[in-house]
Design a protein. Structure first.
Length: 277
């Protein structure tokens, strides 16, 4: 019979093994994508798959010769960061009012906002396309910034709202007794306390904007096309060139993966956020 201490060690070991297994399963597609990007086209489609091969940079050189990667990357950075900033500028005061001045319609409003995420994007493609065309905003960064802001706003408001609800109202009442205005409550009390949660929310918004492909493919062609459009351009009627597609996908994913790795501490802190324990 195992002692209590041995049982706990065994449970800890099994949980650790399960966590590593799940992490490996999640990471394997990324690993295989990067590995394939250094293969030739023949090696990329070889059966059985080749794990040992002579690496080559020809796919990355082809991408550099065929298209201006940095132009697409700059569009992705500009659109994603501005859309995220607009989301936060709108979400913070909206969540503040619903979290600390709750009415009987607050829950219904939150559910209604979240329900808009259930609408298939293709269902509103035609009217949005016609609006952008009539305003001369096709193939423009402004159109994507506005659309990315609007489609991500419901989930961002929900997240900020849940973080603000964890903050005791007593803290705000103390600030009001000291003569703090609404702006000071938000800027000097709420934002410093909830900075971990807000950081994780901003990172999520940035990832959602960076990965958005439907609207970029339908509303842009060249001038405002982000990296998702560049990846899609490597799908041709002749078929998929797996090695080149893996290379361009690696270049598209690398910036946001690096940012997520750098920000992982803030992300974990935000997901486990609580103002007062």
């Amino acid at each position: 019979m195992l002692t209590l201490k041995q049982t706990r060690r065994l449970q800890s070991f099994l949980v650790g093994c399960a966590a590593w297994l799940i992490a490996a399963l999640i990471f394997f597609p990324i690993f295989w994508m990067v590995l394939t990007s250094f293969k030739t086209e023949l090696a990329a489609i070889a059966t059985p798959p080749q794990f040992i091969f002579t690496p080559t940079l020809e796919n990355y050189l082809h991408i550099n010769e065929r298209s201006d990667y940095f132009s697409y990357a700059w569009n992705s950075v500009l659109i994603s960061f501005i859309a995220t900033a607009l989301c936060m500028l709108i979400a913070v005061p909206a969540a503040y009012s619903m979290a600390f001045f709750e009415t009987k319609r607050t829950k219904g409003t939150l559910l209604w906002m979240l329900s808009t995420k259930m609408l298939p994007p293709v269902g509103v493609l035609m009217p949005i396309y016609l609006i952008c065309k009539s305003l001369g905003m096709l193939d423009s960064r402004l159109a994507l910034i506005v659309i990315y802001t609007l489609i991500n706003l419901p989930i961002i408001i929900w997240m900020v709202y849940t973080y603000f609800k964890d903050i005791p109202v007593d803290i705000l009442e103390a600030a009001r007794l000291d003569g703090a205005t609404t702006r000071q409550e938000i800027s000097r009390v709420l934002l410093p306390i909830a900075r971990g949660g807000l950081a994780s929310t901003m990172l999520l918004s940035l990832i959602l904007c960076w990965n958005e492909a439907f609207w970029s493919l339908n509303l842009t062609s060249s001038a405002a096309a982000p990296l998702t459009a560049l990846v899609a351009s490597y799908s041709s009627p002749e078929g998929l060139f797996w090695a080149k597609l893996s290379a361009v996908s690696t270049l598209a994913c690398a910036p946001i993966l690096i940012l997520g790795w750098i920000s992982q501490k803030q992300l974990v802190r935000g997901l486990s956020f609580g103002a007062v324990k």
